[in-house]
Design a binder for this molecule. Structure first.
Ligand SMILES: O=C1O[C@H]([C@@H](O)CO)C(O)=C1O
Length: 551
């Protein structure tokens, strides 16, 4: 089946947390429409850029784009940006059931509100391995009052201006900012209006006794989150399109770019409503928790629960977060065993550095910049010397690993920027070890959710401290590892992944925190470029392909 959408993307004033802000909407909405499809369907999105003066690209996060690498929507990697006034058609197949998302992938645009859910059901006659009565999607997000431009400009300024913590957390596009905190007399009246219906709490109505599949997606720009529903347990059954060996939690930790399906039974006192709550973990929060109502039918959906919102996990306690990561395994009967050995091991040391006076994030001491001509186009279309398009020296497979002290603040001031990429031999098995370290601040290491485009990977293991290449691989889970597309790297810890380079194209692999990717925290892989079909001319128009699009 073909599912055809026509979306117009533009700026509009919205008040998702009671504070009026220019937001990016799709057909007037943020979050945008949910794509509901069935395995094997073709999705066609005709996307018109009505932003006026701003470029655009949209990524379909978790969809592998097999055979359609040009529809991945990563500006600078798989396409030129969509210019204001232009219409770009994304066309791809959703080839697996599960919970996915879409969001802008141009500069730091995602944090202005261009995001939404994708929900893919199994083919007719195939059932999910768990039971539920109703299926609902909930997107968790953090929200800033500053503009994307102000934030991006600060990050690339000398002196550096950090984006800071978000002003509020949104549940399905709604949050609540305390307007009385605004003291500026210059604000026009009504800019912050606590009674605006746009920021009345989101409610999810449930029928007593029924079981709900909640598809939780985090699309935050910065925050790692905990999510809970007062008085209710949640059984985790799916993540990033893969069935999980069920386990039950009170709080679910969820990182930007991840999705989880949890089963929740409406089995509590039905005469009242309950809090749904999300809070910041991993960074010292100044952002109040985001709140919504679990509304037991037939109570009034706006009736506030009679209790106070429940307490949240302690923000800097990494132990329960590491334990949740370790608990996620593939469900019996749905295990895809990984290859037992790999052909190549790339150890990626993540550090914060200063490069030419600017604060950057580096991977093996190299901070990613994107070329003028997107890699996919350069590799397919460049006649002559590729050196003219991007750095041909391969980025390092390891950086000073034996000697590097991950616990002391980063002193490697000789970091560089580069647009070089890792070229992978087609169909080989690649291991990636993501190693976290101290930032440039003493006694500080952050959580980084890393997202791989074009593939799912097996999560082989997590560890604390420095990865030991002699002993840690022996502890890898090769029996029932989960497959995912986004995975956290915990503070001062490491995460080991394995994937098969079997999808011809060029694929980003990066920290899903907007400002960190903007500051260079990512790498790019290429495999099987010679097998990529003829590129659609609509992805062109920049770099060497200036003017191509009109031909
Ligand atoms: O990239 C970052 O910069 C700041 C801080 O390290 C320097 O101000 C921060 O918290 C980040 O995550």
């Amino acid at each position: 089946r073909i599912r055809h959408y026509k979306w117009e993307v533009k700026y509009e004033y919205k008040s998702p947390d009671c504070m009026k802000k220019l937001s990016i909407t799709i057909n007037g909405r943020s979050p945008g429409p949910t794509i509901i499809a069935q395995q094997g369907d073709t999705i066609i999105v005709e996307l018109t850029n009505s932003l006026g003066t701003e470029n655009l690209a949209v990524h379909w996060h978790g969809i592998r784009q097999i055979g359609t690498p040009w529809s991945d929507g990563t500006e600078g990697i798989t396409q030129c940006p969509i210019l204001p006034g232009d219409t770009f058609t994304y066309r791809f197949v959703v080839d697996r059931p599960g919970t996915y998302m879409y969001h802008a992938h141009y500069g730091m645009q995602k944090l202005a509100g261009l995001y939404g859910s994708i929900r893919v059901s199994p083919p007719d006659g195939v059932s999910e391995p768990f039971f539920y009565d109703h299926d609902r999607s909930l997107i968790l997000n953090d929200w800033y009052h500053k503009s994307t431009y102000e934030m991006a400009a600060g990050l690339s300024s000398i002196p550096f201006v950090w984006v800071g913590e978000p002003q509020s957390l949104l549940i399905q596009g709604r949050g609540w900012f305390n307007c009385s905190l605004l003291t500026s007399p210059s604000l026009e009246p009504g800019v912050c209006n606590a009674t605006n219906p746009e920021c009345s709490p989101y409610f999810l109505t449930v029928i007593p006794g029924k079981t709900y599949r909640l598809r939780l997606t985090s699309i935050t720009s910065l925050s790692a989150l905990s999510f809970q529903i007062e008085g209710h347990n949640m059984t985790v059954v799916e993540t990033d399109g893969h069935y999980v060996k069920p386990f039950t939690v009170k709080n679910l930790f969820i990182y930007s770019g991840e999705t989880y399906s949890v089963l929740v039974k409406a089995d509590q006192d039905p005469t009242r409503n309950y809090w749904m709550e999300t809070s910041v973990v991993s960074r010292k929060p100044t952002t109040p928790p985001g709140l919504a109502y679990l509304n037991y039918y037939p109570n009034h959906p706006h009736r506030q629960p009679p209790t106070s919102p429940p307490a949240n996990p302690i923000w800097n306690d990494t132990e329960p977060r590491m334990n949740q990561s370790l608990a996620i395994k593939a469900r019996e009967d749905y295990i895809h065993p990984p290859p037992i050995t790999s052909d190549r091991v790339i150890v990626l040391l993540n550090t914060q550095n200063r490069v030419n006076g600017r604060v950057r994030w580096s991977v093996n001491n190299v901070s990613l910049t994107l070329p003028k001509t997107p890699y996919l186009i350069a590799l397919k279309e460049a006649r002559g010397d590729l050196h003219n398009f991007f750095d041909q020296n391969p980025p390092p497979e390891r950086y000073n690993f034996a000697a590097y002290d991950i616990f002391s603040n980063a002193t490697n001031h000789n970091a560089t920027t580069s647009d070089a990429i890792y070229r992978l031999k087609f169909n080989t098995t690649v291991d990636i070890i993501l190693q976290n370290a101290n930032t440039m601040t003493v006694n500080n290491s952050e959580t980084h959710p890393w997202h791989l485009h074009g593939h799912d990977f097996w999560v082989l293991g997590y560890g604390k401290g420095k990865f030991d290449i002699n002993t840690d691989p022996a502890r890898y889970n090769l029996v029932d590892p989960i497959m995912k597309n986004t995975v956290p790297v915990h503070p001062y810890g490491w995460t080991a992944l394995r994937f098969v380079a079997d999808n011809p194209g060029t694929w980003a692999f990066h920290c899903h925190i907007d400002s960190h990717f903007y500051m260079g925290m990512g790498v790019v892989f290429e495999e099987g470029i010679e097998m990529v079909g003829k590129l659609p001319s609509q992805i062109m128009g920049c770099g060497i392909t200036k003017g191509f699009r009109r031909l």
